[in-house]
Each structure stands twice: as structure tokens, then as C-alpha cells.
Write a protein that binds this ligand. Structure first.
Ligand SMILES: CC(C)(COP(=O)(O)OP(=O)(O)OC[C@H]1O[C@@H](n2cnc3c(N)ncnc32)[C@H](O)[C@@H]1OP(=O)(O)O)[C@@H](O)C(=O)NCCC(=O)NCCS
Length: 149
């Protein structure tokens, strides 16, 4: 497992997050896109994973409803996958959520994001539902991890 340091960034601290996002996801987005999405959101969490100070992965989350956080994005540079970077980002989010009185983390994932599904099951997320996403014309799998013992 890679020796990773996870930093918690302020919501307005978007430069590194956007750089990582655009190396991992398409279409490219600018800082304005994320700032707009965060408007009115409570407890925006931005975490960046570093190996020897180089940013190699990130996650974005915010409150879905009281006691439940929503994991919006999780990504790791292709060159640094299968080294435990995403697992360590998730561990950091789970710790942060427990410390801030959340009971659960939820996220949504398309079938084709197989690596994310594998990771989620490995991290003890449960499949809790399915919803049709009219924006993409495809089903999203709903996953949730309960943080309480
Ligand atoms: C999903 C993603 C974040 C995983 O990141 P990662 O740092 O490679 O994940 P980890 O190394 O922490 O993986 C932990 C475990 O998850 C499972 N896993 C992760 N990727 C897997 C894959 N491609 N195939 C099978 N199992 C996988 C394995 O059990 C793995 O443990 P192991 O390597 O000891 O077998 C990364 O593949 C990614 O960025 N993908 C593109 C973006 C994406 O699809 N994001 C999800 C939509 S928001």
C-alpha cells in the first residue's frame, strides 16, 4: 500500500481538485462548476491524497441530509491505481464523518464504473437501490456505508 497523506481542503480551495478532476474525468470542468455546485451545500469536504507531496487522488463530498454524507466524486490518477490510494481517501472520509456525527455515506455509480463498484464492496458499502438517471439515460446503482457499529 502506498504511503499516502490525505489533506482536507477548504471548499474554495479548488485549484488542485480541478486539476486532478480534469486528468481523470471527462468532460473537463472549471473551478466555477464546482463552486456553483457547492452553493447552499452544508459541510463540503474536499480531500486530496498525496504521495511525496504530489497530488494523486481526490474525493468530494457534502451533506445529503442530516446524518448522511453524499460522496460526489472519487478519483485516482491512472498511474497510481491499485496502490490503496482510494481506500485511504475513503478511510479519511469515514473518520471525518464519524467525528462530525454522521451515520452513513451514500453515493451513486453507473454499472460501467466497475473499479468503483469493486472498491465500494471491498470498503463494506451495501447496494441500497437503483434509480434511472434521465441526464445519462442509464441506471445508477445506489450504495451506502453505515458508519455506526
Ligand atoms: C475507482 C478508483 C477511485 C479506485 O482507486 P484505487 O486507488 O485504484 O483503489 P484502491 O487501490 O484503494 O483499491 C482498493 C480495493 O478496491 C478493489 N478495486 C479497486 N479497483 C479495482 C479494479 N479495477 N478491479 C477490481 N477491484 C478493484 C480491490 O479490492 C482493491 O484492493 P486490491 O488492489 O488489494 O485488490 C479508480 O479506479 C478511479 O479513479 N477510477 C476512475 C474514476 C471513477 O470511475 N470514479 C468513480 C466514479 S465517481
Amino acid at each position: 500500500m502506498a504511503d499516502v497523506i490525505v489533506d482536507l481542503l477548504a471548499p474554495e480551495d479548488l485549484r488542485e481538485v480541478v486539476e486532478l478532476y480534469n486528468q481523470i474525468f471527462r468532460p473537463a470542468r472549471d473551478e466555477e462548476h464546482f463552486a456553483r455546485r457547492y452553493l447552499g451545500r452544508y459541510n463540503v469536504v474536499q480531500m486530496v491524497a498525496r504521495i511525496q507531496e504530489r497530488p494523486v487522488g481526490f474525493l468530494l463530498a457534502f451533506e445529503l441530509k442530516p446524518r448522511t454524507m453524499f460522496l460526489w466524486f472519487l478519483g485516482v490518477l491512472a498511474s497510481h491505481r491499485r496502490q490503496g490510494v482510494a481506500s485511504q481517501l475513503l478511510d479519511a472520509l469515514h473518520s471525518w464523518a464519524r467525528q462530525n456525527d454522521y451515520d452513513a455515506i451514500r453515493f451513486e455509480c453507473f454499472n460501467q464504473h466497475r473499479s468503483m463498484l469493486h472498491l465500494a464492496l471491498e470498503a463494506e458499502y451495501d447496494i441500497v437501490g437503483l434509480r434511472y438517471d434521465p441526464d445519462h439515460g442509464d441506471n445508477l446503482i445506489l450504495l451506502q456505508k453505515n458508519l455506526m457499529p
